[in-house]
Write a protein of this length. Structure first.
Length: 270
């Protein structure tokens, strides 16, 4: 049976993508699409992500993370509602929960991608942590949460604090290697070698297609979300958030300005 047919019969995710942020998740998402899979890649859907469900998953997974509320452990039904009933593969935002997805979808194949720690961490720290904890990002998080009702910033913080067993950025950096090693060790303990592909970036189509039972496409293997394109995309996402927030907040802002004007006028008339 073809993997897409399996998904249509509500077998859920047919491939579990195991890779941390900044490990070519955008390129692999595009590669999976070229192979015919329906793929969710969160970076492409920042405003449309079900952030509340994802936040609940983070709180259930890491109940001691800063700001977390008690949540029951996620069930197969929860993961189906988040990704499994809608997609064949979920990449970046699903990866931190890879161990639970492996348990929830025991028939899924597992693709493991692991960059060398030092090179990966330099990219991760620069492109994610510096952004997540920057002063500008605090404004973005406020606009998302309080103006647009989107809890993306709160969610990403909980995922980072939980995954790295940290309470602040300094502890994330101190615990980075331990969290990285723990993640891959657990996945490899859970999945036998014959059910997983240890895919090396740069290997192209051959090993991926052989593992998934797909014909090799007659197009180059995609390469997306380089540092330059990531930075450009990040600026575009921030601009979208600012403009969308402005549209939503415009009536409130006009009312506030009018109220301030009336108060000034009344005060000045006394």
């Amino acid at each position: 049976m073809d993997e897409r047919e399996a998904s249509s019969r509500n077998d859920g995710l047919v491939v579990i993508h195991v890779a941390l942020f900044r490990m070519a998740t955008a390129s692999l998402a595009e590669a999976y699409r070229i192979l015919g899979y329906k793929v969710h890649h969160g970076l492409e859907d920042t405003l449309g992500m079900p952030w509340t469900q994802l936040e609940h998953a983070a709180e259930a997974t890491w109940p001691t993370a800063a700001g977390a509320h008690p949540r029951p452990r996620r069930t197969r039904c929860d993961w189906d509602n988040l990704w499994g009933s809608h997609y064949d593969i979920a990449t970046d935002m699903a990866s931190p929960f890879a161990d639970q997805l492996i348990e929830a979808y025991p028939n899924a194949k597992v693709v493991v991608i692991q960059r060398e720690f030092d090179a990966w961490w330099a990219s991760y720290r620069s492109e994610l942590l510096d952004t997540l904890f920057s002063p500008v990002q605090q404004v973005v998080v406020f606009l998302l949460s309080h103006v647009m009702g989107i809890r993306a910033g709160d969610d990403m913080r909980k995922i980072h604090f939980g995954f790295f067993a940290a309470q602040n950025r300094a502890e994330i950096e101190a615990n980075a290697r331990q969290g990285y090693d723990r993640y891959y060790k657990k996945v490899r303990q859970m999945v036998p070698p014959e059910k997983r592909l240890e895919y090396c970036l740069g290997d192209g189509w051959e090993p991926l297609c052989a593992f998934l039972g797909k014909e090799i496409p007659k197009v180059p293997f995609p390469r997306k979300n380089t540092r330059a394109s990531h930075n450009k995309g990040e600026m575009g996402r921030k601009w979208t958030i600012f403009t969308s927030s402005a549209k939503i907040a415009a009536p409130w802002a006009l009312s506030a300005i009018a109220a301030a004007g009336i108060a000034w006028y009344v005060h000045g008339s006394w």
